[in-house]
Design a protein around this ligand. Structure first.
Ligand SMILES: [Zn+2]
Length: 189
């Protein structure tokens, strides 16, 4: 059944992996969490396992996602942050009651206050977004160079010159488009 849903595009940054659950925002948008169950799947693979999700919680998650996208986009463009987006992010952060737990192996794990608390998971995501938008982490917010995507991503490359949100999708597509254009120019098949 899950095979019918679009795959996740998971990056190393929680907040922008989350905004990446809607892609091609400026083209034919692809919704990767179309159902509450798919949000549960995404939270599980992102280390924020919950055992259930309601439609209202999915709506809240999507509202947070679009707020992070709006605020991160403004930050990448060095524009004023949209007040409504900031409000939603702060609200989600304040509602979350997840605890960071250090495992015996020295890893961090998130413990939610209950397995049905999607709000706790969203709080962790909101706090992650705050840390990158506030410039507290080593990296730079940038926008994907693909015109149909323009996703905000967190560039942690040494040179801070990464152009695409995801090399395997947007990066490859741009490369192929340029390759085809060059072939047309030179008249080769
Ligand atoms: Zn992209």
């Amino acid at each position: 059944m899950c095979a019918a849903f679009p795959d996740f595009r998971l990056g190393s940054v929680l907040a922008t992996s989350f905004t990446g659950t809607l892609s091609e925002r400026h083209g034919t948008a692809v919704e990767r969490i179309p159902t509450p169950h798919r949000l549960v799947d995404w939270l599980v693979v992102s280390g924020l396992a919950v055992d259930s999700c309601t439609i209202a919680q999915l709506d809240l998650a999507r509202e947070l996602r679009e707020s992070i996208h709006a605020a991160a986009t403004a930050a990448a463009l060095q524009e004023a942050l949209p007040a409504r987006a900031v409000h939603v992010i702060n609200d989600c952060s304040a509602q979350g009651r997840a605890a960071a737990i250090l495992t015996p192996e020295g890893k961090r794990r998130w413990r939610l206050s209950s397995a049905s608390r999607v709000e706790d998971a969203l709080g962790v995501i909101a706090a992650d977004a705050i840390s990158i938008i506030a410039g507290e982490r080593d990296g730079k917010l940038a926008l994907c160079a693909s015109p149909s995507c323009q996703a905000a991503f967190f560039d942690t490359s040494q040179s801070r010159t990464r152009k695409w949100c995801d090399m395997n999708t947007c990066g490859n597509r741009q490369k192929k488009a340029r390759f085809n254009a060059n072939q047309r120019k030179t008249g080769q098949p």
